[in-house]
Design a protein around this ligand. Structure first.
Ligand code: RIB
Length: 316
């Protein structure tokens, strides 16, 4: 079973700042790093680092061939990455003293797909293979259609969330991974009851029930950052906490979570086990600066999971 990740590749310009720049203000950064990023690329790297076979399907500028090479070095199959004569996607990322980020995206090559291109990229995919997608590439409706025709399984991380997400055939997803904000936005897009849903995706039982009713055939995972994650699956709710760690840079933690979760499913682990491993992997990712540089290897995740189960602090 293969994973085809039709996903963004960004060049991340990471500016360390004491605090986020305010409207009308000019602020000097402490440092600048240029690294491989993009939710798609990060998730492919997380899959590869976890030991799962992953073929990335995407586009980047000919001038940024280093990004493709970097993914290859991480162990990603890059045959489906096209080098094109157009600017790459990029992200301008401020990381503050608390390790929080603020991101401005430019879609670039990630927004250059049409139906024919997606068909070509998924030509070799077979029934039972996974299609993984995020919301930084265009032509997602075509990706859904082709994957459905081919009887592939679909994992979707609708980040960054926008209005068009609710129009996609999300009922086809086997796995839907959302953060708290995305969960609230998606639930509200399809909710018609008079009493409003709360903004608290963590504890709003009505919101959980609504998502499960809308997408009964999907495993729905809500990521809660340092508070862990929730799995809504087959009418059950399962919660896990995350280990407490020192936050250096939260960029890419959610992507690490997605890659490790899917990798667990490919290894036939139970959803509950995938949830725990993914939480630990995401927590480790925030202890290192940069999106792809922070993605932990499998052995580090295994050790941290063991330590957590034995009640030791992570990394001791
Ligand atoms: O999820 C983190 C990613 O979001 C960054 O790598 C950046 O490229 C943006 O896409």
């Amino acid at each position: 079973m293969a994973v085809y990740n039709f996903g963004s590749i960004n060049i991340d310009y990471v500016y360390r700042v004491e605090r986020f720049v305010q409207p009308g203000e000019t602020l000097s950064s402490v440092s600048l790093d240029t690294v491989l990023g993009g939710k798609g690329a990060n998730q492919s790297v997380a899959l590869a680092r976890s030991g799962a076979p992953v073929a990335h399907l995407g586009r980047v500028s000919e001038g940024d061939a280093w990004a493709k090479q970097s993914m290859l070095d991480f162990g990603v199959d890059v045959d489906g990455i096209e080098l094109i004569d157009a600017p790459s996607g990029h992200a301008i990322i401020q990381v503050d003293a608390n390790g929080e980020n603020a991101i401005v995206l430019h879609g670039g090559a990630n927004q250059s797909f049409d139906q024919e291109a997606v068909q070509g990229l998924l030509f070799n995919a077979n029934a039972g293979d996974w299609l993984l997608i995020q919301n930084e590439c265009n032509a997602l409706q075509h990706a859904f259609d082709i994957a459905h025709q081919k009887q592939m399984k679909i994992a979707f991380n609708p980040a960054p969330m926008n209005r068009s997400v609710a129009e996609l055939p999300l009922h086809l997803c086997d796995l839907l991974i959302l953060n708290e904000v995305e969960a609230v936005q998606l639930a509200n897009a399809t909710y018609t009851d008079a009493s409003p849903l709360s903004e608290n995706a963590q504890n709003d039982v009505a919101l959980h029930a609504h998502l499960q009713t809308q997408y009964p055939d999907s495993a729905i995972v809500l990521t809660l950052g340092s508070k862990g994650a929730i799995l809504l699956h087959q009418g059950q709710t399962h919660r896990v906490g995350a280990p407490s760690v020192e936050v250096v840079d939260s960029t890419g933690a959610g992507d690490t979570f997605v890659g490790y979760y899917l990798s667990g499913l490919i290894d036939n682990l139970a959803h509950e086990t995938c949830l725990q491993r993914a939480c630990v992997a995401g927590a480790l990712a925030v202890t290192v600066a940069g999106a792809t540089p922070g993605i932990p290897v499998c052995s580090a995740v295994d050790e941290a999971v063991d330590a957590m189960l034995k009640g030791k602090p992570s990394g001791s």
